[in-house]
Every structure is written in structure tokens, then in C-alpha cells.
Design a protein around this ligand. Structure first.
Ligand code: NAD
Length: 374
């Protein structure tokens, strides 16, 4: 296991060894422990955050203070008081501050390489497409959009404009997650049999956008259930064949007028692997459990900002604890500076695949039928 490996082979093992079945989730090396000097040393990409809410403020901006190859160069906000506060705190010049109306002028701003959309889900398509038309590379928060069609439009807009599009799938870069992916796909414990993936929390303010279908696209499935869908895909390196699903009971009529309170689903994966998922806005739960012929792997916490904790049937996993957002942005920008492309495993096409699966889960829960995904 990881604790028995030398530091060098351990780091190498995190970066290599994934076979062709895992092409979509080929794992980059851990960026927080560089072994050689990057080719692009000294270059920093300028990132503009669009929407200065909780995730932008408490996670991404904090992460961008720790990165070496990118920095917070600009902001887009509808609140002038926030603009003042952020300009002061992060030393952002006024020329790099936009609102939602004049945002398109960012096209003329050479300081901004990447626009990072961190708005409520329903606003992702508009701002990704506007960023692409302004000629900027785009990162978009999950879920990429509330519908398959919108994901397709976003991908097309970025392709037409010749810009990169990535989804903020931070777990792809997280060391415990990467180790579980490696162990699963290298069959360290033999063939996978069953995966249980759950993510839920008790939601607060009943007036927030996350509880409005028009803005959020749905309830906990769109918000955190997507992590469980992602986990099933990155652990197996494969795509689900079919899904059945059930909505849970509504115990809070005030909050859950518009979106589901909870939903469970069951995926059939290739090679007779079954995956059970559960997500909820009423239950604190967070785990990824994978059982294989000769042992198990378990992460809990598995998806929140960390520290992620993990063990296998051979003992606890001891891996570096990283700042998820700094780690992700450093890795994405490293790849971009070296290849002019974002890592393929966070592409818009990956966001589109998730959108299709989320939509199938809702369909299955709505009509009680098994929905085929291939
Ligand atoms: P938030 O409510 O804290 O922030 C939303 C921001 O959008 C606020 O600054 C708000 O002023 C702005 N906004 C603009 N127009 C708005 C409107 N009409 N209604 C509501 N807000 C409006 O939300 P958040 O938690 O920062 O989430 C933003 C995005 O980031 C979502 O897509 C969410 O899924 C994603 N997110 C990702 C992670 C992750 O770990 N990857 C974590 C949290 C959130």
C-alpha cells in the first residue's frame, strides 16, 4: 500500500499506470510536490472570477493566493461594495473590475487569460458563452449547466471561439481520490464489485437559489449528488449503462416545494459493477466505499474541502493534504502553460456526460423505469 512505497515511487504511482480504459481520467502528477522545474517558470495566468459568492470568496480566492502559475487578476460582480472590498484585499486594479453588464469588454483586457464562472447554475451558460465570445478561456463551476442542450451550446461556443473550456472538478486532482482511482483501475484489490457513493448535507436558508429549480436545475442531485456520479465514473474509468432511481420522502414542505429533498439511484456499470448513490439536503453524509474481490477502499470525508480521509482493507491511507482549489488551479494552469490545453478529464464534454446522467436519474426517479444510458 501507499505507506510502504518510497516517496518517489509513491508520487510516480499517483501520476502513471492508468490503462487505456481510463483515458478520460488520466491522472496528472501532484502539483504541490514538483520534482522538476516547470518549463514555463515565471509565467502566471491571470484569472477573473465571475460571481463573488461563498465558493469564490472562501475557496477559490484563497486558493489563488497559494498558486504559483496563476493569480486573481480580475473580478466580475453586480455589487459595487464587493468590488471595493476585493480590489483592496487582492490589489486588483479598477481596469480589471467588471459588472454583469459591461463584462463583454473583458475581451480587450490582456491581464485576463481565464474567466472562471462561479455563479448560480442557471447563469453558467450565459457567462461561459459571453466569455468565449470575448476570446477568453473558461472555467465553469459544476454542474456545468442545468440541461444537456445548454452544455452542448457552451461546448460549441468555446469551440467556435477557439478557447478552452473546463469544469471545476477539483476531486480529480486530490491525492486520496487519485490513489483510489489508481488502486481501482490497476485492480490492486482485484475486480471491482460494488460502489456506494453518498453526499448530502442539511441545507439552511429556505430562500436560497439552491432550492429554486429555475436557478439550481434541481435539488441536492445537481449540487452534491454530481460528486457521487463523478466518483462512479472516475473510479471505474467507465460510463454507466443504465440507471434506476427513487425520490425520497419530503419531510420539510417549506424548503422542498420546488426541488427534491433526496434521491437514491442505482447504476449498472460494465463488468457487472453495481453503483448505489444517494444525495440529500436533509442528511449529513459523505462517503465513497468501493468493494472488490480481494478487499475494499473507503474515503470519508470523500468530497468536501478536506482533509479527505481514506483507508483500505490493508490499513489507513497516508497521503498529502492539499488545498483543493489551489491544487486544482495549479495543475490546470501547468497543463495549459505547457500544452495550450486544459486537462481533458475536466473538459466540457465531461460536464456534458454528467448532465446526461443527472437528467437520466431524474427521469428514472420520475417514471420508475430503468433508463438506458448507452
Ligand atoms: P453563492 O450563492 O454563495 O454565490 C453566488 C454568487 O452569484 C453571489 O455572489 C451572488 O451575488 C451572485 N449572483 C448573481 N446573480 C444572482 C442571482 N440572480 N441570484 C443569486 N445569486 C446571484 O453560491 P456558491 O456556493 O458560491 O455557488 C456558486 C457556484 O459554485 C454554483 O454553481 C455551485 O454549484 C458551485 N460550487 C462549487 C463548489 C465546489 O466545490 N466545486 C462548492 C460550492 C459551490
Amino acid at each position: 500500500m501507499a505507506e510502504n512505497l518510497s516517496r518517489r515511487s509513491f508520487i510516480q504511482n499517483l501520476g502513471v499506470g492508468i490503462g487505456t480504459t481510463a483515458a478520460a481520467f488520466a491522472i496528472p502528477s501532484i502539483v504541490s510536490i514538483p520534482e522538476s522545474k516547470p518549463k514555463y517558470e515565471g509565467r502566471k495566468l491571470g484569472i477573473a472570477l465571475v460571481g463573488l459568492g461563498s465558493y469564490a470568496k472562501n475557496q477559490l480566492a484563497v486558493g489563488l493566493e497559494k498558486t504559483t502559475n496563476c493569480y486573481l487578476a480580475g473580478i466580475v460582480t453586480g455589487t459595487p461594495a464587493k468590488a471595493e472590498e476585493w480590489m483592496k484585499k487582492y490589489n486588483i486594479p479598477k481596469k480589471n473590475v467588471y459588472n454583469y453588464q459591461n463584462f463583454d469588454q473583458i475581451a480587450d483586457n490582456k491581464d485576463i487569460d481565464i474567466v472562471y464562472v462561479v455563479l448560480p447554475n442557471s447563469m453558467h451558460p450565459e457567462f461561459v458563452i459571453r466569455a468565449a465570445k470575448a476570446g477568453k478561456h473558461v472555467m465553469c463551476e459544476k454542474p456545468m449547466a442545468n440541461s444537456v442542450e445548454e452544455c452542448q451550446e457552451m461546448i460549441k461556443a468555446c469551440k467556435d471561439a477557439g478557447v478552452q473550456l473546463g469544469v471545476g472538478y477539483r476531486m480529480h486532482f486530490e491525492p486520496f481520490t487519485k490513489e483510489v482511482i489508481r488502486m481501482s483501475q490497476e485492480k490492486v484489490f482485484g475486480d471491482l464489485r460494488f460502489i456506494q457513493s453518498n453526499f448530502g448535507f442539511r441545507i439552511g436558508d429556505p430562500t436560497q437559489w439552491r432550492l429554486k429549480k429555475a436557478m439550481a436545475g434541481g435539488g441536492p442531485l445537481m449540487d452534491v449528488g454530481i460528486y457521487c456520479v463523478q466518483a462512479a465514473r472516475y473510479v471505474t474509468g467507465k460510463e454507466p449503462l443504465a440507471v434506476t432511481a427513487q425520490f425520497g420522502p419530503i419531510t420539510d414542505q417549506e424548503r422542498f416545494k420546488d426541488v427534491e429533498e433526496s434521491v437514491s439511484w442505482q447504476f449498472d456499470f460494465p463488468d457487472a459493477v453495481t453503483v448505489n448513490g444517494f444525495t440529500s439536503y436533509k442528511t449529513n453524509i459523505e462517503q465513497l466505499f468501493i468493494t472488490a474481490d480481494k478487499g475494499f477502499m473507503h474515503l470519508s470525508p470523500a468530497y468536501s474541502y478536506g482533509p479527505i480521509k481514506g483507508r483500505t482493507s490493508q490499513g489507513d491511507l497516508h497521503l498529502p493534504v492539499v488545498h483543493h482549489q489551489a491544487n486544482m488551479l495549479e495543475a490546470i494552469c501547468k497543463e495549459f502553460l505547457e500544452t495550450k490545453q486544459f486537462p481533458p478529464h475536466i473538459s466540457g464534454e465531461e460536464g456534458l456526460k454528467d448532465a446526461r446522467i443527472l437528467s437520466a436519474i431524474y427521469e428514472a426517479a420520475g417514471n420508475g423505469k430503468k433508463i438506458k444510458l448507452v
